[in-house]
Design a protein around this ligand. Structure first.
Ligand SMILES: [Cu+2]
Length: 228
């Protein structure tokens, strides 16, 4: 990691969300641990911190478009009952592709009426708008049923859609019932190409800590976002 931007000094700030300046070191530590799964993407992001080519090791071509290009993507969160695997909620599809530089309007429709409460001091209830310092992500505005929010109370979080390497986190509240989903819209731009891991940070899986089952399975509570 010999990035000219000084990746050593930058690692700590990249691991913590922009809005979490008052949070405990312990939870920043957890952010680092969760992000470790995206080690390759993080390494690529840091190594390219001062690079303007827009390319990463994960892609060979770059299709730059302007912010005027609006890309709509939609993910649905199904309960385990809906997807036929009880106890295994999932995002479907398990990821999406969008061009670098475009304005991405990501709609997430959650049919899960259960919560997966986060610890009281957890930063994952907050909307993260990417890393303005590095300029890799701009925007990052969340609407819940049309109303702008900056965070969801940790007790009320059902799932999150987090892209650790891009410092994007979209907290998602529970549906009011399984037949009355909640709609979350998150608008952002990713200004570099690459393949980025996304994860759900809410303990919605199996096991006593809620971190098993769907939480560790690609196509369920984790997957990849491809920025081309
Ligand atoms: Cu989840």
């Amino acid at each position: 990691m010999d990035s000219p931007t000084g990746s050593g000094a930058g690692t700590g700030s990249r691991a913590a969300p922009r809005h979490a300046s008052g949070r405990s070191a312990g939870h920043r530590g957890r952010a680092l641990a969760v992000s470790a799964g995206a080690g390759v993407a993080v390494a690529a992001a840091l190594a390219l911190g001062g690079c303007t080519s827009g390319q990463s090791a994960a892609t060979s071509t770059v299709q730059k478009v302007s912010a005027n290009t609006i890309i709509h993507r939609k993910l649905v969160i199904e309960t385990g009952k809906m997807d036929g695997k009880p106890g295994w909620p999932r995002f479907t599809p398990g990821g999406f592709t969008a061009p670098a530089g475009a304005t991405i309007v990501l709609t997430i429709v959650n049919y899960d009426d259960g919560t997966a409460p986060l610890p009281p001091a957890s930063p994952w209830g907050q909307v993260w708008g990417g890393d303005a310092t590095f300029g890799e992500v701009t925007g990052g505005t969340e609407l819940v049923n049309g109303t702008k929010v900056n965070e969801i109370s940790n007790q009320l979080v059902s799932h999150t859609f987090e892209i650790p390497a891009l410092l994007v986190n979209i907290p998602i509240p529970a549906a009011s019932s399984s037949s009355n989903p909640v709609t979350v819209t998150y608008t952002f731009r990713v200004n570099k190409s690459g393949t980025f891991l996304w994860i759900c940070a809410a303990p919605c899986g199996s096991g006593s800590a809620g971190m098993g089952g769907a939480m560790g399975a690609n196509g369920w509570m984790r997957g990849y976002v491809h920025i081309t």
